[in-house]
Design a binder for this molecule. Structure first.
Ligand code: SF4
Length: 483
């Protein structure tokens, strides 16, 4: 436990961690530690990703074992294909089986990259072409990299959606939301929004709130606000281990680790992927609450931060215009046990503000910013809170629309929740932006592929910074300062 600060910067989370250890719970951090060292071949991109049944072939990164696969594929071909496979997966995660509507602002930012990577408009046919390229090795590493970049742009088009809202949407986050005597219902994954909204309104209408509904790190938009987040996604399992949550409402994409801890603690779980019975949920939550001991450490009720989410391009444009000539930094992404939770979002944001940057945040990083009070309206330069999933795309589009894209110092992904975020990060770099990813990418098995990637992105006017280790906050700050 002397390394507890390497797991999370939040003091209350650290208390919960100590309690979890005393109870003998293995949480996401322990599983991460037990998995070390993770597969070196995969981490370097030297495990063959082709749809080939003659493998699996792996190439020895140190040159003492195999230097080529069975078919003769070398390390550059393997790493290039591995990267393309990840980006293709990212596109499939956001693909809705139809051509995206190409929004003009994103289209004009991508024109240079499209010209440099073949000239034809990116489209759904790029998905089929990439899948074909991954059947058997036939394409050059350069083709693999160019095709990955095209897919990155396609992912941005698929992810981007306009939002017409004219009002900021309030949000709250922090362990202070736990204070009180009622049972607490935690929501995870991507639940049915209508059902969650109905439950939330039912609870608010009762004279004495029979239970409190809180998000375990997911951004769930209700009618005029986001469901308050008691923690970030990386802390959800830890919070469940405390016994303070009396029922889990789990939508699709809920982290499997949450089910396991609920099973161990007998916390009732209800599927929130479609409509559910409100009375049954309340009864189950009350039953659990009345029969189980509660958390020893009570959080201070004041541990709640607030923010205002700008979901529309118009609101973002106004906010960026009022930022006068300040430089802009965008920081976001999802929690990962590779880095102490909250460390990079909090440290980086404070330092960038000290460097006169207007900072905008999305995802778990935004929740950390809110928890730290950095987005509070009374702050001298409150951090802007962006759409939790499309935030960087909206921000880049808004800056371009007002002719201020040159004031963007960079976009930092503090952690990646899926391949679609890697694809979007690549697409944003291809659109001419400086992009940094704080967690390592499996590109370190081939210097050729790394050079091809950086040369191609340079031709597009962009840059993708990545490291062979989980990055330190200071390294990322230095990278921002290089503009
Ligand atoms: S494509 Fe080549 S390197 Fe890959 S698994 Fe098949 S034989 Fe091995």
């Amino acid at each position: 436990m002397e390394t507890i600060h390497l797991k999370t910067v939040d003091p209350f989370s650290q208390d919960l961690l100590r309690a979890a250890e005393q109870k003998g719970f293995d949480l996401n951090w322990e599983r991460y530690e037990n998995l070390q060292p993770q597969d070196g071949f995969l981490r370097l991109g030297l495990s063959c990703p082709y749809g080939c049944m003659q493998g699996p072939c792996r190439i020895d990164p140190f040159g003492r074992g195999p230097k080529r696969g069975l078919c003769g594929l070398d390390r550059d071909g393997m790493v290039g294909a591995f990267f393309l496979r990840l980006i293709l997966q990212g596109v499939l995660e956001v693909f809705k089986e139809k051509e995206p509507s190409f929004k003009q602002n994103i289209q004009s930012l991508s024109e240079k990259a499209i010209e440099k990577t073949g000239g034809s408009q990116v489209s759904v046919s790029d998905i089929h072409r990439s899948a074909t390229m991954l059947v058997r090795p036939a394409q050059s590493p350069a083709d693999m990299v160019r095709q990955s970049i095209r897919l990155g742009i396609l992912a941005c088009h698929l992810m981007y959606r306009e939002n017409e809202s004219t009002q900021y949407i309030p949000c709250k986050a922090g362990y202070g939301l736990l204070s009180g005597k009622q049972p607490i219902i935690g929501v995870a994954g991507a639940p049915d929004r209508e059902s969650i909204n109905a439950l939330y309104e039912t609870l608010c209408q009762k004279e004495t709130e029979p239970a409190r509904l809180l998000s375990l790190g997911e951004w769930i938009e209700l009618k005029n606000q986001f469901l308050p987040c008691v923690c970030t996604t990386g802390e959800a399992e830890l919070l469940l281990s405390s016994g303070k949550i009396s029922l889990l409402l789990s939508g699709p994409k809920t982290d499997p680790g949450l089910f396991e801890i609920c099973r161990r603690l007998n916390i009732p779980v209800v599927d929130a992927g479609s409509s559910f019975e409100i009375d049954n949920i309340l009864r189950s939550a009350r039953d659990y609450h009345s029969t189980h001991s509660q958390i020893e450490a009570e959080p201070d009720p004041s541990m709640i931060g607030e923010g205002q989410v700008a979901l529309s391009a118009n609101l973002l444009q106004q906010a960026f215009k009022s930022g006068k000539d300040a430089r802009v930094a965008i920081v976001g992404g999802f929690d990962t046990p590779q880095l102490s939770l909250g460390w990079i979002p909090a440290e980086l944001t404070k330092a960038l503000r000290g460097m006169d940057h207007l900072v905008a945040a999305w995802g778990d990083a935004a929740l950390w910013v809110i928890k730290e009070g950095l987005s509070a309206p009374e702050q001298p330069s409150p951090v802007m809170i962006l759409d939790p999933y499309r935030g960087p795309l909206h921000a880049v589009s808004a800056l371009a629309a007002i002719g201020r894209i040159d004031t963007l110092s960079g976009i930092c992904f503090t952690g990646l929740s899926g391949c679609h975020e890697l694809a979007v990060a690549l697409g944003l770099a291809a659109m001419g932006n400086r992009v940094c990813i704080a967690t390592p990418l499996p590109l370190w098995g081939s210097e050729t592929i790394r050079n091809l990637l950086s040369d191609n992105l340079k031709d597009c006017g962009g840059l993708l910074m990545h490291y062979d280790h989980p990055a330190e906050a200071e390294e990322i700050l230095d990278w921002f300062a290089q503009t």
